[in-house]
Design a protein around this ligand. Structure first.
Ligand code: PNS
Length: 157
């Protein structure tokens, strides 16, 4: 069974993330969306909230599950027989950090292969941080996040 892990902070899930999950789900038998618990910065949403929001957004994709992980990514990869870590590339600016992470993960665990998906052009400018900033200053984020994430964000305001 070919298992992909799509890890991230997902604070919050954006339409760019969701597009990438959909496309990845066609290529693997199972896709785990891995929500990082121990983030360096304080998240806007708790890990449980992020998991619940993603689970709702992907409920039409039967081979996608949402999990939480803490600690090293490569440990999760090893313990769960993950075939490939999937990461999205939006622009050249993402490349440097992604190359560093993929190379480090490979060094820590030689079986940890990372594959990169190009983010759809229409979402290339999107990031969770920018969505939070626009939201914080009262801008409309409707086109940037799935409907359930949008509703959740406004219900908390
Ligand atoms: O959405 P993000 O914040 O770009 O995702 C970054 C993430 C979660 C993939 C990365 O920070 C991570 O894997 N963290 C877990 C700790 C770890 O394994 N660090 C060393 C290798 S990068």
């Amino acid at each position: 069974m070919r298992k992909a892990l799509y890890p991230g902070s997902f604070d919050p899930l954006t339409n760019g993330h969701l597009d990438l999950i959909r496309r990845t789900s066609k290529m693997f038998d199972e896709v785990s969306v891995g929500v990082l618990i121990n983030m360096q910065k304080t998240p806007m949403f708790t890990a449980d909230e992020r998991v619940a929001l993603i689970a709702e957004a992907v409920k039409d994709l039967p081979n996608v599950k949402v999990i939480q992980f803490a600690g090293l990514l490569v440990d999760y990869v090893k313990e769960n027989q993950i075939t490939a870590i999937v990461r999205g590339l939006r622009a050249v600016s993402d490349f440097e950090m992604e190359l560093q992470m993929a190379s480090l993960n490979k060094k820590l665990n030689d079986d940890a292969e990372t594959i990169f998906m190009m983010t759809a052009t229409e979402y290339a400018y999107l990031s969770s941080s920018l969505v939070k900033e626009v939201f914080k200053f009262g801008g409309d984020i409707k086109d940037f996040v799935p409907d359930n994430v949008y509703e959740h964000m406004y219900s908390k305001k």
